[in-house]
Ligand binder design. Structure first.
Ligand code: HEC
Length: 134
């Protein structure tokens, strides 16, 4: 009986571990150091950068009140293939390989075109959407 209990516990732990992190969790892990816990661009690593991390709570405001889902996705997906700081534009944003793993889901940033997109990037974009106007 005791063994069964342990087995059940181990199985449960394994399930929890393989669950995808939420957008908020991925944001805390990969983005908050520069963009700040609330997205205002005031993370602890911001001070050491040449470019100021964008205030991610004002993306909609700066886009006429509409969340710029497509450009946000281009930014967070596009740069993952770039060497940080190298060549075109030299964004200091690093690569986030883990975010590209997992299933692809249709993502329509607002331009009416649904592009198969790694689910964790979609969750992240939705998290950024939820930060608007905070
Ligand atoms: C090493 C610091 C750093 C990290 C980590 C980082 N960023 Fe950035 N980010 C920047 C800087 C600096 C800019 C402004 C310059 C630029 O656009 O490249 C920026 C710009 C952006 C923009 C463009 C905003 C605009 O004005 O259009 C978005 C969106 C963004 N970051 C999202 C994210 C997300 C989501 C993550 C986590 C997956 C992340 N960033 C992680 C430094 C960082």
């Amino acid at each position: 009986m005791r063994n069964l209990t342990i087995l059940a516990f181990v199985t449960l732990a394994a399930c929890v571990e393989t669950d995808e992190p939420t957008g908020a969790e991925d944001y805390a892990t990969f983005c908050a150091a520069c963009h700040g816990p609330s997205g205002k661009g005031d993370g602890p690593a911001a001070a050491g950068l040449d470019k100021r991390p964008a205030d991610l709570t004002r993306l909609s405001m700066r886009n006429g009140g509409v969340f710029p889902g497509t450009t946000v996705m281009a930014k967070i997906w596009g740069y993952t293939g770039l060497t940080p700081g190298a060549g075109d534009g030299g964004s200091p944003m690093p690569q986030f390989g883990p975010l590209l793993q997992g299933e692809l889901v249709p993502y329509d940033g607002s331009d009416g075109i649904a592009t198969p997109t790694p689910v964790r990037l979609v969750q992240l974009a939705e998290h950024l959407r939820s930060l608007q106007g905070r």
